[in-house]
Design a protein around this ligand. Structure first.
Ligand code: ATP
Ligand code: MG
Length: 553
């Protein structure tokens, strides 16, 4: 893969470190916790880690950061691997697991105890929090802080042997309860969790905390640059402290932070996504409205569009909320090039062209792509009864209206000019159809009057397949739901609108899952599977313009 994000600040740091140590092999890692699916923020991190490794002839590990068995599951491990492969990326050798190092981590914890740099604490979680203090108030030592090494070793061993219940004890680093970095106020290193682990099964009932395990796993794997997001800025102090205390030889790995990707109208936090799933507000991690990689893939996003997006976002230390329109412009650009054009009518209204015979059919030759001749042509049918969009018909003319108006003319795309003459209604006053006439000498390329007519899309009834359209929209009604307390209240009830209309029959006949541009509407994915009523389903990948601001569109 070609390197992207070429000259970001991390790349400069790596370049400088190579100048200092030319023989050192650059090693990065991507460390997901298998507690959910990957999202577009993770894609940014995967690309960054891979690109740095590729650019400097190094390697990038995939390490499952599996230190909390209660939240983790092998199904997430499989999904994460699949998503990384889908992005067109790979990892160095086999994936690693933090749990591979549980034995070593346990021994390092014992080393810290022996160095009087860790102790077993019996304060409960609440008291630990209380004793820790705040930014304004220094912390207070735990009454268990000054136990002897011997006592600590015995208790820690007993913890490991499952002799204490969860929450009754933990191992803490002995650093400084007055430190200006709250993270250094005797952080917890190990806690008791009586839960089977997906890798180590029932072997352990104590599990290391992220901060303890991560730096050691980095050091054991020979990682040179440990890249993480900015919330871990203060944790860097602990990262350095642990590696120093344990005297990791040679040059220890170093942590560098960059800003998280935040995207408008969506949430990326796995915990919050899980909440939406639990409440059945989305169908699962792969719901096409989510910004998970599986969701985006199901929606019809291409890996190329995600890569371009990550490139455009770049890598900085500036916290920002990225506009959704940037992501949408990336997929539009991709699909504009790759997708064949078809016609579809989402909100149909019938027109009867009265000066055409009942049995008359005419095949019109239509290009599949306006700029790519190699995509060929297809025949579309023109006949007496056609469908157009309800929005493309209006009884009276209004300013800037581009559709068909009673008594006026409009051009049918690739076909003829028609005139609307009469509205036919049923006894409930609903419009049944519009009677029109067409002008034979106005076909396609025929020269039109100088003041050209508006152009609308249409489908002949004889050439149409009934289709269910799923119109996806943003999941939340506010730009930055991640910042809000009650995201459920901000859930967009119109995030999936279902309509039944028509597509050209060719869409159904093409026997593959395919992305199309439905002319004048947007990019849609035709699904392989029909719905339970055996009706063709097409869902919207992205509209032609930024319509998400109008949430019910
Ligand atoms: P989440 O809040 O979504 O659960 P996380 O940081 O807990 O995120 P991890 O599985 O621990 O998820 O993340 C793996 C890697 O991906 C970490 O290095 C993390 O910094 C990075 N990462 C996570 N979210 C983002 C994001 N929004 N933008 C960029 N990188 C991210
Ligand atoms: Mg995490």
């Amino acid at each position: 893969m070609k390197p992207t994000n070429n000259n970001n600040f991390i790349s400069k740091i790596v370049k400088y470190s190579i100048l200092k140590n030319p023989k050192r092999k650059i090693k990065t890692r991507f460390p997901p916790e298998p507690n959910g699916y990957l999202h577009i923020g993770h894609a940014k991190s995967i690309y960054l880690n891979n690109n740095i490794a590729n650019k400097y002839n190094g390697t990038c590990n995939l390490r499952f950061d599996d230190t909390n068995p209660r939240n983790e599951n092998v199904k997430y491990i499989q999904a994460i691997k699949k998503d990384i492969k889908w992005l067109g990326l790979d990892w160095y050798k086999a994936p690693t697991y933090t749990s591979n190092y549980f034995n070593q981590l346990y021994r390092y914890a014992i080393q810290l105890i022996k160095k009087k740099a860790a102790y077993v604490d019996e304060l409960n979680a609440n008291d630990i929090k209380k004793y820790r203090g705040t930014l304004k108030k220094t912390g207070k030592n735990s009454p268990f802080r000054n136990r002897t090494v011997k006592k600590n070793l015995t208790l820690f061993k007993k913890m490991k042997n499952g002799m204490f219940p969860e929450g009754s004890m933990c191992l803490r680093a002995k650093i400084d309860m007055k430190s200006s970095y709250i993270i250094l106020r005797d952080p917890v290193l190990y806690r008791i969790i009586v839960s089977e682990h997906h890798q180590t099964k029932k072997k352990w009932c104590i599990y290391p905390m992220y901060d303890f395990a991560h730096c050691i796993a980095d050091a054991l794997e020979g990682i040179t640059h440990s890249l993480c997001t900015l919330e871990f800025l203060d944790n860097r102090q602990l990262y350095i402290w642990i590696l120093e205390k344990l005297h990791f030889n040679k040059i220890p790995p170093k942590q560098y932070e960059f800003s998280k990707l935040n995207l408008e109208y969506t949430i990326l936090s796995k915990r919050k996504i899980q909440k939406l799933i639990n409440l059945k507000l989305v169908s699962g991690w792969k719901d096409p409205r989510l910004s998970t990689l599986s969701g985006l893939r199901k929606r019809g996003y291409t890996k190329n569009s995600i890569k371009t997006f990550c490139q455009k976002v770049g890598v900085t230390r500036q916290q920002s909320l990225i506009e959704l329109s940037l992501l949408e412009s990336c997929i539009r650009k991709d699909l504009n090039y790759s997708s064949p054009r078809r016609m579809a009518v989402i909100n149909p209204i019938k027109l009867i062209i009265t000066n055409i015979d009942h049995n008359y059919t005419e095949y019109l030759d239509v290009p599949n792509h306006p700029n790519r001749k190699e995509m060929g042509h297809r025949k579309i049918l023109f006949s007496r009864e056609i469908y157009i969009e309800k929005e493309d018909f209006c009884k009276k003319s209004v300013i800037d209206y581009k559709g068909l108006v009673l008594g006026k003319k409009v051009r049918l795309k690739y076909a003829y000019t028609i005139r609307a003459n009469q509205i036919i209604k049923n006894k409930n006053n609903d419009i049944l159809c519009i009677l029109c006439t067409y002008y034979l000498n106005t076909k396609k390329t025929k020269i039109l009057p100088k003041k050209s007519y508006n152009i609308i899309h249409w489908i002949s009834k004889k050439n149409s397949t009934k289709t269910q359209f799923k119109l996806f929209n943003v999941l939340f009604t506010c730009k930055n739901p991640e910042k809000e307390k009650n995201i459920i209240q901000l859930y967009n009830p119109n995030s999936c609108i279902i309509k039944v209309g028509y597509t050209e029959s060719i869409v159904d006949n093409e026997d593959i899952q395919h992305a199309y541009q439905f002319e004048r509407i947007g990019y849609f994915l035709k699904l392989k599977k029909k719905n339970k009523y055996n009706i063709l389903v097409c869902h919207r990948i992205v509209s032609l313009k930024n319509k998400y601001k109008n949430l019910i569109n």
